[in-house]
Design a protein around this ligand. Structure first.
Ligand code: AMP
Length: 194
């Protein structure tokens, strides 16, 4: 199975690249942000809890996120693999993902780090907020989310380097060029795991 972690700061293009990966490799997609936004839209208890964190630009507590992830993962039937988009965002989540996959005799094949300069992230997110109306894409919340990324999420770069699963991707440039680099990284991970 091809299990890909797509990683990067908010606005780095994880969602866009994930869609293209899903189309090319025929794997399932888990976007934890999309799962939470669907819960909010449906007015569930989980959605209410999630909204209070998302609106503040904060992360949802690890235990809750890990439970959600495992239940979505287990809902896939005859899966060829999964792309994890927006998860893990903390070391505790990365450890939980490793354990969850190991319990199912699987592992992460590759972690793709979409690296985009901070000024560009800000421009992209403000534009996305105007186009899509996503409530947390406003300047104040974006700043908080980027701060959370630096303090809680970016330590995962070293964590995945130690696991030997890290691949750096230059996330600035033409979408198709970035996708070509993404595919090269995925294909080399498949070869090296054989
Ligand atoms: P995203 O769509 O991935 O940018 O996620 C939007 C928001 O959902 C984040 O700012 C967090 O508040 C929350 N969220 C998404 N994924 C996670 C996660 N793995 N852990 C904690 N919070 C998350």
């Amino acid at each position: 199975m091809l299990n890909i972690v797509i990683f990067g700061a908010p606005g780095s293009g994880k969602g866009t690249q994930s869609e293209k990966i899903v189309e090319k490799y025929g794997i399932n997609h888990i976007s934890t942000g999309d799962v939470l936004r669907a819960e909010i839209k449906n007015g569930t208890e989980l959605g209410k809890t999630a909204k209070s964190y998302i609106d503040q630009g904060q992360l949802i507590p690890d235990e809750l996120m890990i439970d959600i992830l495992a239940s979505v993962f287990d809902s896939f039937q005859d899966s060829k693999g999964v792309i994890f988009d927006g998860f893990p965002r903390t070391i505790a989540q990365a450890e939980a993902l490793k354990k969850m996959l190991a319990e199912r005799k699987q592992s992460v094949s590759v972690m793709l780090d979409l690296d985009v300069p901070e000024e560009e992230l800000m421009v992209r997110l403000i534009k996305r907020g105007k186009d899509s109306g996503r409530a947390d894409d406003n300047e104040e919340t974006i700043k908080k989310r980027l701060a959370v990324y630096h303090s809680q999420t970016s330590p995962l770069i070293d964590w995945y380097k130690k696991e030997g699963q890290y691949q750096h991707i230059k996330g600035l440039g033409k979408l198709e060029e970035i996708f070509a680099d993404v595919c090269t990284a995925i294909n080399s991970s498949v070869v090296s795991s054989k």
